[in-house]
Design a protein around this ligand. Structure first.
Ligand code: FDA
Length: 303
C-alpha cells in the first residue's frame, strides 16, 4: 500500500515542486544522489573507483516536455562522456529515453540517442538505456533494437517483475544485446507484472541463469542478498568466469555489500545519479523500502 502510494506521489507535480525547494527533502535525497552538478558526480565517481567500484553515471531526468529540454539533457550526457575520458573514470553512462524526448516522437528521440552513441563510440565507451514504466517497454525495446544493428556499445535493462521479460531476454540475446537485469521499480498492474515478491524473485533467478549462460557480458543489478547468493552459487557451480558479468547496485544503498563483493573479487558497478531532477528517482527509492521514511522522520525530529 505504502509503496504504491509513494510511486503514485512520484508523479505529483505539486509535491515535486514543494520537495525540490524543501531543504529536508534535499538533504535526505543526498543519500541516493551524488549532487546537483557534473563536478559532484565526477568526484563521487572517483571515490567509488578508489574503492575498486566501477560506475555508471546518470544525469537525472525523465519525461522531458519539449525538444529544447531533451537536447540540453543530451548535451549534458555528452559532457559526462567527455569528463569520464578526461578524468580517467572507470565508468559509463545510463540514460532514459523519456529524458531524450521519447514522449515527443520516436524519430526525434532516436536522433538524439544516435548522437550520444556516436560520442560514446568515439570515446570507446558504453551507454545503458534504463527501462521505464510499462507504457514505454515496447517503444524502448524497438529503439534499442534499431540502434543495436549499428552500435555495439549500447545495452538495455530488463525488469524481472514483468511476465513478458523472459521472451524479451531471449530476443535480445539472439541479437547479441547486453542486459542489466533488475527487479523493476515502477507501479505495474497485475495483468502484466507479478504482484508477489516471491514470484518476481523466482523470475529474476530464472533470467539470471539464462543471462549467465549466454556468453554475453550482462549485469545482475540487485541489493538482495538472496539474489546475489543465488548468482554466486550458479557461477561457481557452472564454472562461469567471474569477469564475464558484473553486479550492479545503486548509489547509497548497501555500501557494505558493495565493499564485500569487491573484497571477494567480484566486479561491481554503482549507478551514480546526479542533477537537479532528483524527485521521481528519490520517490522510487523511498517506495522500495518504506523503512527509508523512518530515516526521514528521524532527521525531521533531529531538526
Ligand atoms: P529488494 O527491493 O528486495 O531489496 C533487497 C534489499 O536491498 C532490501 O532488503 C534493502 O536492504 C536493500 N534495498 C533495496 N532498495 C533499497 C532502497 N531504496 N533503500 C534502502 N535499501 C534498499 N528499475 C527499473 O525499473 N528500471 C531500471 O532501469 C533500473 N535500473 C537499475 C539499475 C541498478 C544498478 C539497480 C541496482 C537497480 C535498478 N533498478 C531499475 C531498480 C530495481 O528495479 C529495484 O527497484 C531496486 O534495485 C530494488 O530491488 P532489489 O533488487 O535491491 O531488491
Amino acid at each position: 500500500m505504502l509503496r504504491t502510494l509513494l510511486i503514485e506521489l512520484s508523479h505529483s507535480e505539486v509535491l515535486r515542486k514543494f520537495s525540490m525547494k524543501n531543504s529536508l527533502a534535499k538533504k535526505t535525497a543526498r543519500r541516493f544522489v551524488a549532487g546537483e552538478t557534473i563536478k559532484e558526480g565526477i568526484e563521487a565517481a572517483k571515490e567509488l573507483n578508489s574503492l575498486g567500484i566501477k560506475t555508471t553515471m546518470d544525469f537525472l531526468g525523465e519525461n522531458t516536455k519539449n525538444e529544447e529540454e531533451a537536447i540540453n539533457c543530451s548535451k549534458e550526457i555528452i559532457k559526462i562522456l567527455k569528463a569520464i575520458e578526461e578524468e580517467k573514470i572507470d565508468g559509463n553512462v545510463s540514460i532514459k529515453l523519456t529524458q531524450l524526448g521519447l514522449d515527443l516522437g520516436e524519430e526525434f528521440c532516436k536522433g538524439i540517442l544516435i548522437k550520444i552513441l556516436e560520442e560514446a563510440k568515439m570515446r570507446n565507451n558504453f551507454v545503458r538505456i534504463d527501462m521505464e514504466g510499462s507504457p514505454y517497454t515496447d517503444k524502448t525495446l524497438k529503439l534499442f533494437f534499431d540502434v543495436l544493428e549499428k552500435y555495439k556499445n549500447v545495452g538495455i535493462v530488463i525488469q524481472a517483475y514483468l511476465y513478458r521479460s523472459m521472451k524479451d531476454v531471449e530476443e535480445i540475446i539472439k541479437r547479441g544485446g547486453r542486459i542489466r537485469l533488475c527487479k523493476g521499480a515502477y507501479k505495474e498492474p497485475k495483468t502484466i507484472a507479478f504482484p508477489k515478491k516471491k514470484d518476481v524473485n523466482e523470475n529474476f533467478i530464472k533470467i539470471m541463469k539464462v543471462l549467465l549462460n549466454s556468453k554475453i557480458y550482462h549485469a545482475i543489478a540487485t541489493h538482495d542478498e538472496k539474489m546475489i547468493d543465488a548468482t554466486i552459487s550458479y557461477v561457481e557451480e557452472k564454472k562461469i568466469p567471474r569477469d564475464s558479468f558484473e553486479f550492479q547496485m545503486l548509489y547509497g544503498i548497501r555500501r557494505d555489500l558493495q565493499a564485500k563483493l569487491v573484497k571477494d573479487g567480484w566486479r561491481v558497478r554503482v549507478y551514480l545519479p546526479y542533477g537537479t531532477h532528483w524527485y521521481p528517482y528519490y520517490m522510487r527509492r523511498l517506495a522500495e523500502r518504506p523503512a527509508n521514511l523512518f530515516f526521514i522522520l528521524k532527521n525531521l525530529f533531529k531538526g
